[in-house]
Design a protein around this ligand. Structure first.
Ligand code: SAM
Length: 224
């Protein structure tokens, strides 16, 4: 049985792709990726020429069967997503689940660790991270109330993701529900415009509004 390598890729800075990730990507038969355009750019930056196959949130049973057939045909596969560690709030986790369900222990699944935006944010947040709760993205509609209630009631550090389109709305909700809680909001980690904002939700909102709300965000909420 061949191997599925689950590979963490950079969250911005290409220099964060490990040597092991590069040699593994160059050695496999096919790279499974979220968006073939994004991964092709990464691969060509390192002069790696390996066929890619997309696997994303809308992929259905047909795609899973194709991936199973590749493994049954003795092809070694790598799984990457657009950025960071596959499975952490992206479609990478589902295919691993499906393959574990199908092959059980017969399939060797090897992790090649790399960047993860949540862990990167925690490393510089300056808040306790011996214990933390990761909540992914806030739901847009159903479950949004209980998402914020959960943050409010959690006694450990909370980390979650937010996009440029919703960052101000989310900070507004945090300001209303927990005006005194200290936040660390990390924008564009490892990229040119990396900025770390510290303060209450209202303080961070003022800082963001006077600089830029463009980019990708990780929000770290300090414990009660
Ligand atoms: N699997 C990825 C990981 O390991 O972090 C996360 C994928 S999730 C679809 C994308 C979200 O992660 C973004 O919307 C943003 O909230 C966060 N993110 C990814 N890269 C980031 C970066 N460079 N700076 C800040 N947040 C980032």
């Amino acid at each position: 049985m061949p191997t599925l390598y689950v590979i963490g890729t950079p969250i911005g800075n290409l220099q964060d792709l490990s040597e092991r990730a590069k040699t593994t990507l160059a050695s496999v038969d096919v790279v499974l990726c979220e968006d073939t355009r994004v991964t092709s750019k990464l691969l060509s930056a390192f002069d790696i020429h390996v066929p890619t196959l997309s696997y994303h949130q809308h992929s259905g049973a047909f795609k899973t069967e194709k991936i199973i057939a590749l493994l049954e045909g003795e092809k070694n596969l790598a799984l990457v997503t657009d950025a960071g560690t596959p499975g952490i709030s992206d479609p990478g986790g589902r295919i691993v689940e499906e393959l574990v369900e199908h092959f059980g222990e017969e399939l060797t699944i090897t992790p090649i660790p790399g960047a993860c935006a949540a862990v990167t944010a925690l490393s510089i947040a300056g808040v306790p991270a011996d214990e933390f709760v990761f909540l992914g993205f806030p739901p847009h509609k159903r479950g949004r109330q209980s998402f914020f209630e959960r943050i409010f009631l959690t006694h450990s550090t909370v980390v979650f993701y937010e996009s440029t389109h919703r960052i101000l709305k989310t900070l507004g909700e945090l300001a209303t529900r927990m005006p005194d809680r200290k936040l660390v909001v990390c924008r564009e980690l490892t990229k040119m415009y990396e900025t770390i904002y510290r303060g209450t939700a209202s303080e961070v909102t003022a800082k963001l509004e006077s600089s830029s709300i463009k980019g990708e965000f990780v929000i770290v909420v300090s414990p009660l």
